[in-house]
Design a protein around this ligand. Structure first.
Ligand SMILES: [Zn+2]
Length: 307
């Protein structure tokens, strides 16, 4: 019996950098330390952000670092039939409504939430006369949600203040991140969602989707993100450097030390065959989410020795 199933779901807007590789290592360890399955999904549903060649770069880096995945790689760009079918189920259950509002109209209503304007409910009971549906929104039927995050502990969310009824299919016809993620995680049998703390605001929207599908919710673990010298989260969009694949053991060692694996020298540097597997085997035995740092991880702490 498989105890748990995790996944890593990078956006292919470039090769892995120190932050995304750290996220991969954490979710891999969390699944593999419990003999669980670990899936790799390329979140390329938003095609304009997909950089040609990036998925291949990501796969090669994970492979070089010994982070093997189960089954075939899932590409969100090939999953549209599943999203359409999921949307049809939500429509049949009366969980969604067509929305005519533009972004500007939602903002003009003047309800400010934690991450942007709150949807004022304009089209909730039907489209206003003479207007046509642009996007499709899920009804935020439940306002307050709680989880026990495996790293952060007990957390409460107010879905209204996080925007209320939210878009699951955009005006350009693209399925929104929230819908695609939940449908994919359900289909992959993901029991443990392990991801960066920057995605915490997605929790109540995704829980509302799990509820709408009548599916049990996963466990969550939100881990610290890696920050650049500027203090901002490391991101491809702000020019984070791709990690070098030449000496993967030297790349992994500082990451493992930074995420609380005891007995790893962050300056470890060897090209010896088997070094990566030895490091990961040690980390797999020692992994404990309680030892994750409570604050962000500075990128400078992850530079491989000799780089
Ligand atoms: Zn509307």
């Amino acid at each position: 019996m498989t105890a748990c199933t995790g996944r890593f779901a990078p956006t292919p807007s470039g090769p892995l950098h120190a932050g995304s590789l750290t996220a991969a290592v954490i979710s891999w360890l969390d699944a593999r330390s419990r003999q669980g399955r670990w899936h790799l999904r390329i979140d390329d549903i938003d095609r304009p952000r997909t950089v040609p060649g990036a998925p291949d770069e990501i796969l090669r880096t994970l492979d070089a670092c010994g982070l093997g995945w189960d089954g075939a790689v899932v590409f969100q760009s090939e999953r549209e039939p599943a999203y359409r079918e999921a949307l049809a189920r939500l429509e049949a259950g009366g969980r969604v409504f067509a929305c005519a509002c533009s972004r500007q109209e939602v903002a003009a209503a003047g309800l400010m939430g934690l991450e942007g304007p709150i949807y004022p409910g304009t089209c909730r009971e039907g489209l206003p006369p003479g207007r046509e549906g642009r996007s499709i929104r899920l009804r935020a039927d439940q306002r307050h949600w709680t989880i026990t995050d495996r790293h952060l502990g007990a957390l409460g969310f107010d879905l209204h203040r996080l925007g209320g009824d939210f878009v699951i299919r955009r005006a350009d016809g693209v399925f929104a991140y929230q819908l695609a993620t939940v449908v994919d995680d359900i289909d992959l049998g993901v029991t443990d969602v392990v991801r960066g703390i920057d995605l915490l605001g997605s929790v109540p929207r995704q829980l509302q989707l799990y509820r709408a599908f009548g599916h049990p919710e996963p466990r969550y673990l939100h881990h610290p993100v890696v920050i650049a010298d500027s203090g901002r989260k490391l991101a491809k969009s702000s020019g984070a450097a791709p990690v070098p694949r030449r000496r993967p053991a030297a790349l992994l060692a500082p990451i493992l030390a930074a995420i609380g694996i005891p007995g790893v020298d962050p300056g470890f540097a060897t090209a010896a065959p088997g070094a990566v597997d030895d490091l990961l085997e040690h980390a797999r035995r020692q992994w404990d989410p309680e030892r994750l740092p409570s604050g962000p991880i500075p990128e400078a702490a992850l530079r491989p020795a000799g780089a």
